[in-house]
Design a protein around this ligand. Structure first.
Ligand code: SF4
Length: 280
């Protein structure tokens, strides 16, 4: 059986950077905590816990003698202020692309624009960007229908959650253009997501089975799995090699593998090895 691994499967630049920073800090900085899980991979979070990096849900839970690592998605402005007030040592692993989105939202808010953020309201990255806009006039819209709810006739500023699809962003920008006197647009989309999705589409169309590896709580892995199953209905979303059911492979001549941006390399390797064993 032919096993084909997508070239971009696994960690994106921002996640790789955050994970390296966390392991380096664990080695050098003594006790460490992260505000929320560092990335959406329970296995990696567990491994970091083994290295002494504990996860806390709020600044209030921090003991005061720990170094704090900020995850790649970033945190809310109020949380950053609380950390600075408590003078806790910080390792800021916020992805530079997310930082840019926060900064542009801040600039727009400061200059009096109504800030529109294209993204998922509940996502921690979006909540962070909203907080950095420092304005009472902020709207999070998921699609063109949402953009129609933004009051018209004002100066509007637009940024995006980094993982948004460009087409959706563009369609929203076009809708807003007809609803204001001035529209200022910062394209803050990072292409890591689009690259993974395009490769997954191509791969899913050329194999008999598709495995998508990544946290069941990872939005980008779930999206990859949906994209693949629309093309190849025999797509399976797994978190680890132990979830592979040999029955899935019966009659397959080829299996494609991709993985979300927060899936560690060792988990991908274990999946490939398990497939090799099963098809010997
Ligand atoms: S997907 Fe892009 S913005 Fe998000 S962490 Fe990865 S590199 Fe950074």
């Amino acid at each position: 059986m032919n096993i084909v691994l997508a070239r971009s499967a696994g960690f994106c630049f921002g996640v790789k950077r955050a994970v390296n920073m966390a392991f380096a800090a664990a080695e050098q900085a003594g006790p460490i905590c992260s505000l929320g899980p560092l990335i959406h991979s329970p296995q990696l979070v567990e491994r970091l816990q083994g290295e002494g990096v504990r996860v806390v849900a709020s600044v209030a839970e921090m003991t005061g003698d720990e170094t704090v690592i900020i995850r790649s998605h970033g945190i809310r402005r109020e949380e950053e202020q609380q950390l600075r007030q408590r003078q806790l040592p910080l390792v800021d692993a916020t992805c530079p692309f997310v930082k840019k989105a926060q900064e542009y939202a801040g600039l727009l808010g400061e200059q009096g624009y109504t800030v529109v953020i294209v993204g998922e309201q509940e996502h921690p990255e979006v909540q962070g960007i909203v907080s950095y806009a420092c304005s009472d006039s902020v709207y999070v819209v998921a699609d063109v229908a949402g953009a129609r709810q933004v009051p018209s006739g004002r100066r509007l500023g637009l940024v995006a959650q980094t993982t948004q699809a460009y087409e959706n962003f563009r369609a929203i920008a076009m809708e807003l253009l007809g609803r204001c006197k001035e529209l200022r647009v910062f394209n803050t989309i990072c292409d890591a997501t689009a690259v993974r999705q395009n490769e997954a589409r191509e791969l899913a169309a050329s194999v008999d089975r598709m495995l998508v590896i990544g946290g069941h709580n990872s939005a980008n892995t779930n999206r990859l799995a949906r994209i693949c199953s629309d093309i190849q209905p025999r797509t399976f979303h797994i978190e680890t090699a132990s979830e592979i059911d040999p029955a899935w492979l019966v009659g397959a001549a080829s299996v494609g593998i991709t993985a979300g941006a927060s899936t560690p390399e060792w988990i991908i390797r274990e999946v490939v090895e398990k497939l090799q064993q099963l098809t010997k």
